[in-house]
Ligand binder design. Structure first.
Ligand SMILES: N[C@@H](CCC(=O)N[C@@H](CS)C(=O)NCC(=O)O)C(=O)O
Ligand SMILES: [Fe+2]
Length: 268
């Protein structure tokens, strides 16, 4: 959550809908914490921002919107992700691939305001086609492009992913002022250390184990592709993507009132 202290306008980035894959149960405990915080601090929520269509968790954007209002937004590249995954999930004709499920699609480098704080949408494709980073004041939310310096970078083997494209996106982030605070989306606690989420452009340029100290695009792509070939799919990729490309909305219930998700066999 990011808030402007002067106006109390707030946004949330990448809110999670808890999901138990074993039982198929959803749960709003994590999202409710965000809602409670907005109430406690008397914030006014204006945006629910997605950094990309996530492949490892379901979005709680519709639940947050229902409770607090705000507009659900993502980068315009979501249309490409929708085009890739519509046939994979054999979504019907009612599912349009123009991003209209979202309230707003950000153009590259679009500027918007959170109260009095300027924000810029920096396109950072590579992990996915639609990945963006949000620069809010001097705080940069990089989604899944970079992880903490000892964590490296995001995988690029999902449909539409591309290691060379991610390298170029990271160079765009590295061109920001060294003092820019950088907040990462995931931390997988390398070596079992405590989870961390904040670093800086300077630290990443110097120490990132995948792209720091001037690693070349070719060396990065080779490393990334080799590593990606060893990674199993995220546990929730199948439920997540079909929901998240619809801005977090579930399909309509069947005639028995139960909602079903699809599992494409032997496809992903
Ligand atoms: N074990 C995790 C893996 C999630 C995963 O693949 N995360 C992506 C970001 S959505 C990634 O880039 N991982 C990099 C890595 O594991 O090296 C899960 O099942 O959810
Ligand atoms: Fe991701």
């Amino acid at each position: 959550m990011v808030a402007d202290p002067a106006t109390r306008v707030a946004v949330v980035i990448d809110p999670v809908l808890d999901y138990d894959a074993k039982s198929g149960h959803t749960n709003t405990a994590s999202a409710q914490q965000l809602i409670d915080t907005v109430h406690e601090k008397a914030y006014r929520l204006e945006w629910i921002l997605e950094t990309h269509a996530h492949a490892d968790h379901l979005s709680a954007a519709p639940f947050i919107k229902k409770n607090l209002g705000g507009r659900i937004a993502i980068g315009r590249g979501i249309t490409k992700v929708q085009e890739i995954f519509k046939p994979i999930f054999n979504l019907d004709d009612n599912f349009s691939t123009d991003g209209s499920q979202f309230d707003h699609l950000f153009d590259d480098d679009e500027i918007f305001f959170i109260g009095e704080i300027p924000a810029r949408v920096i396109p950072t494709p590579g992990h996915t086609n639609d990945s963006v980073s949000y620069l809010i004041g001097d705080a940069l939310f990089v989604g899944d492009s970079l992880f903490m310096p000892d964590g490296g970078s995001a995988r690029c083997d999902f449909p539409g992913g591309d290691a060379a494209v991610l390298y170029q996106s990271i160079q765009r982030l590295f061109s920001l002022p060294d003092t820019t605070r950088m907040f990462v989306c995931h931390d997988y606690s390398p070596g079992g250390r405590e989870p961390r989420c904040e670093t800086s452009v300077a630290e990443q340029k110097k120490d990132n184990i995948h792209v720091g100290s001037g690693v070349s695009e070719d060396a990065f792509s080779e490393m990334r592709n080799k590593r990606d070939a060893t990674l199993g799919k995220p546990a929730l990729i199948i439920p997540s993507v079909q929901v998240n490309i619809a801005a977090g909305e579930f399909p309509a219930a069947d005639n028995n009132g139960i909602i079903y998700l699809k599992i494409p066999l032997n496809t992903l």
